[in-house]
Write a protein that binds this ligand. Structure first.
Ligand code: ZN
Length: 308
C-alpha cells in the first residue's frame, strides 16, 4: 500500500513538473501530456475526472479553431468564439468590449463572427480577458494591433500574460485592474472579481443585461479547474474563489469554455423561440459544484498519498 501511494504521488508530481504551473498548462496538457484520470467525482449523475473535464473544455484541435455560430446571448452580449473557446462581445453605443481573444490564429474567425452579427471589429475599444493562458489570451497583441483597443488585465495575471508572446510580440497591457474595479464603456459597466487558483489573476466578470424590460445579472466565470497538485497557497486561493463565485447574484452564467455553461444545448434551444435558454439561475453554480468537488477529491487523494 505504502509503495502504491508513494508511486501515485510520484506520478502526480512528475506530471506537475512536466506540465508546470506556467501560462501553458492547458496547451501542454492537450499537446500529448494527458491530465490524470483520477480522482473521479459525480455531480447530477455525470462523472468527471481531471482528464474528462479537460477534454470537455478543449474538445479537438478542430473544435478549438472552428467557428461556432455567432449569436446573441442576452441584452448586449454576443458569442463570437469557437466551438470550445469562448469569446464574448459586449456592444455599447460608444464602442464594443471583447472578452478573450483566444488563440492568435482564431482572430480572423472572431472577426468574421463580429461582422456576421452586423458589428465592426474596429469598433472594439476595450479588450478584457478571463485568464493568462494561451487558449484564452494569446491573440491579445493582434487584436490590439488591428483595433487599437485598450487592453486591461487583472494585476495578478500580468506577469503570466507578459510571458505569452506569439511570434515574439509583446503582450500589451494598457491598464492594470484591481479586484472589484469597474470597467465602463457607454451604458455598460463590467466588474472584475479576482478569483485566483486556475491562474493568479483569474478574473470573473459580472455585468447587468436588459431584456424584455427586465434586468438580469450575468456572471462570466473564469475557469475554476484545479491542477493535479494543490499547494497550500493554491488551496487558499481556490477556497476563496469558490466562496466568492457562489456569492455573486446570477441569472445568466457564462464561462471561458462553452462547456462550462452547456452552450451547445442552450444554443440549440434558441431556435425554439420562447424563453431565453441562457437565463438559467438554477444552473449558475453547476460548474462551481463540479470543480469544487474535484478540488476536494484531489486534496483527499493528495493527503492520503502523503500519509506515512
Ligand atoms: Zn486555463
Amino acid at each position: 500500500m505504502k509503495k502504491m501511494s508513494r508511486l501515485k504521488l510520484f506520478t502526480c508530481l512528475v506530471a506537475a513538473v512536466v506540465l508546470g504551473p506556467s501560462a501553458n498548462t492547458s496547451q501542454a496538457q492537450t499537446a500529448g501530456q494527458p491530465a490524470p484520470d483520477h480522482p473521479a467525482v459525480t455531480i447530477q449523475g455525470r462523472t468527471f475526472t481531471p482528464r474528462s473535464i479537460l477534454a470537455r473544455n478543449m474538445g479537438t484541435q478542430e473544435d478549438q479553431t472552428t467557428q461556432f455560430p455567432p449569436h446573441k446571448i442576452i441584452g448586449n452580449i454576443y458569442y463570437v468564439g469557437t466551438r470550445t473557446l469562448s469569446s464574448f462581445l459586449v456592444v455599447t453605443p460608444q464602442g464594443n468590449i471583447l472578452i478573450d481573444s483566444t488563440y492568435e490564429r482564431n482572430i480572423p474567425t472572431i472577426e468574421k463572427s463580429v461582422m456576421q452579427l452586423g458589428f465592426k471589429f474596429s469598433d472594439i475599444k476595450i479588450l478584457l480577458g478571463s485568464h493568462a493562458h494561451g487558449d484564452h489570451q494569446e491573440g491579445d497583441a493582434l487584436v490590439k494591433q488591428l483595433t487599437g483597443a485598450q487592453v486591461m488585465a487583472m494585476a495578478e495575471d500580468v506577469p503570466a500574460l507578459q510571458a505569452i508572446k506569439p511570434g515574439g510580440k509583446e503582450h500589451p497591457i494598457d491598464k492594470m485592474l484591481r479586484d472589484g474595479e469597474s470597467v465602463t464603456l457607454g451604458d455598460t459597466t463590467l466588474v472584475a472579481h479576482l478569483t485566483p487558483g486556475h491562474t493568479r489573476g483569474c478574473t470573473t466578470w459580472t455585468m447587468k443585461a436588459q431584456e424584455g424590460g427586465k434586468t438580469y445579472n450575468v456572471v462570466i466565470n473564469c475557469s475554476l479547474r484545479p491542477p493535479a497538485v494543490l499547494t497550500p497557497a493554491l488551496v487558499n486561493e481556490f477556497n476563496h474563489s469558490f466562496k466568492l463565485v457562489r456569492s455573486l447574484p446570477c441569472d445568466v452564467q457564462l464561462g471561458d469554455h462553452p462547456a462550462q455553461y452547456n452552450m451547445q444545448e442552450k444554443h440549440a434551444k434558441l431556435q425554439n423561440g420562447g424563453l431565453n435558454p441562457f437565463i438559467d439561475a438554477a444552473s449558475c453554480t453547476l460548474e462551481a459544484d463540479i470543480e469544487e468537488a474535484m478540488f476536494h477529491a484531489i486534496l483527499d487523494e493528495q493527503r492520503k498519498a502523503a500519509q506515512p
